[in-house]
Design a protein around this ligand. Structure first.
Ligand code: GLA
Length: 672
């Protein structure tokens, strides 16, 4: 099996830091390409993603391939030292294909057909699409297989971005086949879906359809399985394309860009990560987020979880404004670099953008790019160029990994299940609850690995389990063993509630974790907007509270008012050599932070370095002991970092204290 773990840089080019963008030369005349490669050199660009939306150009008619533009562009890029992450171009089928096969268009839950004219007009289970896309992939791969610029394959683009779920008849048939494979018998499916409720029992497989619009709530088991099936359908297309690429170009690694950003939840990336040679992610700052930089950091830590700790690529972000928000804010001076360094500090060994040159036409013409509409004499392009210089200075961090004491368990299936309808609080947001625990640690400079519940936990001191509604049977005993061996566990409300079929674990909440935590919840008591629960230390909880007893745990905080007055709210159980904490309500930021301080002390976890509050900290380490401390100052005032080492960005040597200027950054080589 050839080694396919990272970008296969063209021979003689060494292993530069990956830096670049989506490049769409088909939108521009050839004279512009010459300016492009000149500016790419100026900016230090080392790799571009080519051909993502080029299907209609590469195959203008059914079966008639034309790779001439691609050949010219790849030659030009290679001459100018830019490697190519070549897209399979299957993300947006051409008009001739959709017109000839209207059944390949996706259909939403209400039966509306999503037609041509946007992009991704694809039913993920369409055999017609599968056939034509794989034919294109093979023709393309065979054509470019020996091109020296070919460094990486970029399969499709943001699978499921606009077509995560398709409810058409083709999908229905594929869903039934998937259900047969999962459940085996119709009796097992009836049991898993609890179909004795509301007279939903199925007699044959043919009676089952996707959870289309119904008079009221669809069966939750049906919904959850449909979400699993849909995620698998996209993975299947990825695997089919990757199989062709691996066959034709066995030594070229293959990736596809994930969307670990904000609320994007429909693809199980933690599982999908095992199938790609290189994990890559797209991230756009979530402007309405109360803490966009922390959300960016969380997404990067989650992406590293998908990469199972290994380095990964940031495939897309924006240099400044996006075009798809309601009001699209331009980034402030310096923000572009701070955003990128936050990703590098969390394991990104390539930093790329959508896109190289801002389009003059089309739906995304007001999206920022590395080369803005105003050209290269612009603040953005100057920052882009400066960033290229800085990334080159960071070349030695490539391959190093994060080394953190804290794991935060995150699970896409639990996300889907916890946000199903007809729940106790239908404003519940899984990602928000995960960030509730993450943000105070981000502020304190404590490094966190966001990992799947199946991950090996043995190297951690503290495991955080935010609102993990759905849990498989094996997790609670593993956490019990982790705590018994001296680890600290923190679980928050609405965890352990159901098994993998969305069946409630009976006997009192938090079901699977009752024994681990030594508590028993009789009843959820969600809070209406405007209502709060006051706790014994004066802090407040919004949205959620629980009627709780703690037969085998000590109350650290109690409810102070209402019908829950005097009942435990936050508990700690001594569990062997370690401890297991439970938070039964939605603590507001200050209260969550003070509980976390106690939990960190319990676990013996400290910040990555002593530093002023304004600094975001991350660390990466090489196997040979070379370690790097990254500090990002998000504030308008200088901030102190109490650590010594060589600043890779300036070459300056610091003894034991560095001042990180307002809005500035430092990367210290601290060991080795
Ligand atoms: C996604 C897509 C790109 C582009 C950007 C705009 O990341 O992959 O093609 O549409 O969004 O933000």
């Amino acid at each position: 099996m050839p080694e396919r773990t990272w970008i296969r840089w063209p021979e003689g080019r060494g292993t530069p830091f990956g830096y670049g963008a989506d490049y769409n030369p088909e939108q521009w005349p050839r004279e512009t390409w010459l300016e492009d490669v000149r500016l790419m050199r100026e900016a230090g660009v080392t790799i571009v993603s080519l051909g993502i939306f080029a299907w209609s150009l590469l195959e203008p008619r059914d079966g008639a391939f034309d790779f001439s533009l691609l050949d010219d562009v790849m030659d030009l890029l290679h001459e100018h030292g830019v490697a190519v992450d070549l897209a399979t171009a299957t993300a947006s089928p051409p008009a001739w294909l959709v017109t000839a096969h209207p059944d390949m268009r996706p259909v939403d839950a209400e039966g509306r057909v999503l037609g041509f004219g946007g992009r991704q007009s694809i039913c993920p289970s369409s055999p017609v699409y599968r056939h034509h896309s794989l034919r294109l992939v093979r023709a393309l791969a065979e054509h470019v297989r020996d091109h020296p610029a070919l460094a990486l394959w970029h399969v499709n683009n943001e699978f499921g971005c606009h077509n995560a779920h398709c409810y058409c008849d083709t999908s229905a048939a594929a869903f039934r086949a998937w259900l047969r494979a999962r459940h085996g018998t119709i009796a097992a499916l009836n049991d898993a879906w609890a179909t004795s409720f509301w007279s939903q029992r199925y007699g044959t497989w043919d009676e089952i359809v996707p959870p289309r619009l119904a008079p009221t709530f669809c069966n939750p088991g049906q919904q959850l399985d449909f979400f699993r099936f849909s995620s698998d359908a996209h993975v299947e297309q990825y695997l089919a394309e990757a199989a062709v690429l691996h066959e034709v170009t066995p030594d070229v690694p293959v990736t596809t860009n994930f969307m670990n950003t904000g609320g994007t939840k429909w693809l199980d990336y933690l599982g999908w990560g095992a199938h790609v040679d290189v994990v890559s992610n797209d991230h756009y700052l979530q402007e309405p987020s109360p803490h966009p930089e922390a959300e960016l950091a969380f997404s990067a830590d989650l992406t590293r979880g998908c990469a199972r700790g290994k380095p990964w690529m940031l495939m897309e972000q924006s240099t400044s404004a996006v075009n798809w928000g309601r009001i699209n804010r331009a980034k402030d001076p310096g923000e572009l670099w701070r955003n990128s360094l936050s990703q590098v500090g969390r394991g990104a060994d390539a930093i790329c953008y959508f896109q190289w040159r801002a389009s003059s036409g089309g739906a995304e013409k007001f999206h920022s790019a590395m080369v803005p509409h105003a050209g290269s004499d612009t603040r953005v392009f100057r920052e882009v160029t400066e960033q290229g210089r800085r990334l080159a200075a960071l070349a030695e961090v490539q391959g190093s990994v994060a080394a953190n004491d804290v794991a935060l368990l995150f699970d896409f299936e639990a996300w889907w299940a916890s946000e199903l309808d007809s729940h106790p609080h239908n404003g519940f947001s899984y990602r928000r609850e995960a960030e509730r625990l993450y943000v105070p640690l981000w502020r304190r400079g404590v490094g966190v690995d966001v990992v799947h519940p199946d991950a090996d936990l043995s190297g951690y001191r503290l495991v955080l389990v935010p609102a993990l509604y759905l849990v498989a049977d094996g997790l609670a005993p593993r956490l019990e063993a982790f705590a018994a061996a001296g680890g600290t566990v923190l679980v928050t409300f609405f965890s352990g509630i159901v098994d993998v079929t969305d069946r409630v674990r009976l006997g009192g909440y938090p079901g699977a974790f009752r024994d681990l935590l030594g508590v028993r919840v009789e009843e959820f008591r969600p809070l209406r907007p405007g209502c709060a629960a006051t706790l014994s230390d004066g802090s407040r909880a919004l949205d959620w509270s629980e009627d709780l007893s703690a037969p085998d745990a000590a109350a650290r905080l109690t409810y102070a008012d209402g019908v829950l007055a005097g009942r435990p709210a936050v508990t700690r159980r001594q569990a062997g050599a370690g401890s297991a904490w439970y938070v039964s309500c939605d603590l507001q930021p200050d209260a969550a932070a003070s509980v976390l301080d106690a939990v960190l002390a319990d676990a013996g976890v400290t910040a990555l370095a002593e530093a002023d509050d304004a600094l975001e900290l991350t660390r990466r380490v090489h196997a040979d002991g070379r370690a790097y401390l990254f500090a990002i100052n998000h504030s308008g005032a200088d901030a102190a970092l109490h650590a010594g080492g060589t600043d890779l960005l300036t070459g300056a040597i610091h003894e034991a204290r560095v001042v990180v200027p307002a809005g500035g950054t430092v990367v210290l080589r601290t060991g080795g």
